[in-house]
Design a protein around this ligand. Structure first.
Ligand SMILES: *Cc1c(COP(=O)(O)O)cnc(C)c1O
Length: 443
């Protein structure tokens, strides 16, 4: 610990930033290493990799439609709507900095089956693994109908394998549901901040849940060790998974379609600003990767982290990447934002985000609840607290030097706050969150 602290102080040249991080003050950090597409170093993934993900979803759509009837009206695809937030934009503009440009919400909070952004990465990684096993066992070929994945032979094959995953909640829900549905044995290793309703829901679906006293790092380390010790164990490693990352990245192609449908073109005069709630930086990083592939330099990607868990900000700003965690600078990694209570960034994702993203800002828990309340009051959209973090993105950036320094005209900016979870939150919890926000707004 002491050794780490010394290393941090050396690496973080910017003493004021370190001081503010330690004091858990809300702040914005701009990434000096962001590269233009023209000067981008070779990345470990490419656009073709994203196209391959779409092909896999296409193959599995008949299966998804069959086992999850709620996806029928979308032909077995798990996608989310892009909603315009005119009322909330007006309210926020009255209260503070007027928002220039248009404000949208990408509602991954309503993704079918898993109810969070984890449906994208988590389902993809497990479907990818299942397909590989089935092809190796000669049970299927890529050109056949994947409804066959419901057959007993497939379930028998998968039941020999043991999937493990460490989670603060939502990744566990996603991996647990899809793995159990395919017939895998699956254990979710949950950190102490996991909500009881998530644990209950998973157990009802036949998923084994092990809970740990400590934070996400403790749960994921224990889960990795236990799962990899099994002869047919497969660990979905949120701290280092390329497949999760790829699964998330194709959301950028979906956003392109959403914007096309609304007649919105992204270019020099209509820049895209995307604000993603960030835990290990996998979903947020995967999406940033996709966005830079699709929209090039006109996509400005920002991550949002709780003031008590700025894992990716710390890793990038110090240059220590995943070798440093927020506890190393004395932060407690305590936040009520599900999915964001993460002390150490993803190894795989962060080395790429380093070149892609424009920056990171931090937010206090109390503001998450206020925004949840305001989003409901103005737009009648419910999301979980962590999923509101992107909503202050436009004002945060407009109040900064970023537009001026980069020569960006903000009048026609397209702002997208990424709503990352919410659909499965039980009614009682929704009310508690809302009331908490109401009280905070009155203060
Ligand atoms: C997991 C999660 C995130 C962050 O995703 P990372 O891949 O950890 O960066 C954000 N919001 C919610 C609701 C999540 O479940």
């Amino acid at each position: 610990m002491i050794q780490n602290e010394a290393k941090t102080t050396l690496a973080l040249q910017d003493a004021e930033l370190l001081q503010n991080l330690k004091a858990a003050k809300p702040l914005v950090w701009f990434n000096p290493n962001r590269k233009s597409i023209a000067t981008m170093p070779q990345l470990p993934l490419q656009l073709q990799d994203m196209e391959a993900v779409l092909k896999l979803w296409e193959r599995f759509a008949p299966f998804i439609q069959k086992v999850f009837p709620e996806t029928q009206n979308n032909n077995g695809y798990i996608t989310s709507p892009l909603k315009v937030l005119n009322q909330l934009k007006d309210l926020l503009s009255e209260e503070g900095e007027p928002i220039l440009g248009r404000l949208f919400l990408k509602c991954d909070s309503d993704l079918a089956v898993a109810g969070s952004i984890k449906a994208r990465g988590g389902f993809f990684e497990i479907l990818h693994f299942a397909e590989q096993l089935a092809i190796e066992a000669k049970l299927i070929q890529e050109n056949e109908n994947y409804e066959q994945f419901t057959k007993t032979e497939f379930r028998q094959l998968f039941s020999q394998y043991h999937i493990g995953v460490g989670s603060t909640g939502n990744l566990g829900l996603s991996i647990g549901i899809i793995s159990a549905t395919l017939g895998f044995q699956v254990t979710v290793f949950m950190s102490s901040d996991a909500k009881p309703w998530k644990i209950k829901l998973l157990r009802e679906k036949g998923v084994t849940v092990e809970t740990f006293d400590g934070d996400f790092s403790i749960a994921i380390d224990a889960g990795r060790k236990k799962t990899l010790a099994m002869s047919k164990g497969y660990f979905v490693d949120d701290e280092d998974s390329k497949l999760l990352y790829l699964g998330y990245s194709v959301a950028a192609l979906e956003l392109k379609k959403d914007l096309d449908r609304q007649g919105i073109v992204i270019d020099e005069h209509n820049p895209l600003f995307v604000y993603s709630p960030c835990g290990v930086g996998g979903s947020s990083g995967g999406i940033a990767f996709g966005l830079r592939q699709v929209f090039g330099d006109y996509a400005h990607c920002f991550f949002v982290e709780p003031t008590h868990s700025p894992a990716v900000l710390l890793g990038l700003a110090s240059g220590e990447m995943s070798s440093i965690c927020v506890q190393d600078i004395g932060l407690d990694n305590k936040t009520e934002a599900d999915g964001l209570a993460v002390g150490r960034p993803s190894h795989f994702a962060t080395q790429i985000s380093k070149y892609l993203i424009s920056g990171v800002y931090t937010i206090e828990d109390s503001l998450l609840y206020k925004l949840l309340c305001q989003l409901w009051d103005t737009e009648k959209i419910f999301v979980e607290p962590s999923a509101t973090a992107g909503l202050i993105g436009p004002q945060t950036i407009l109040a900064s030097n970023y537009p001026k320094e980069n020569g960006i005209e903000m009048g026609q900016a397209v702002h997208v706050a990424w709503a990352t979870g919410g659909a499965l939150v039980p009614e009682e919890d929704r009310e508690i969150f809302y009331n908490k926000g109401k009280i905070l707004l009155r203060e």
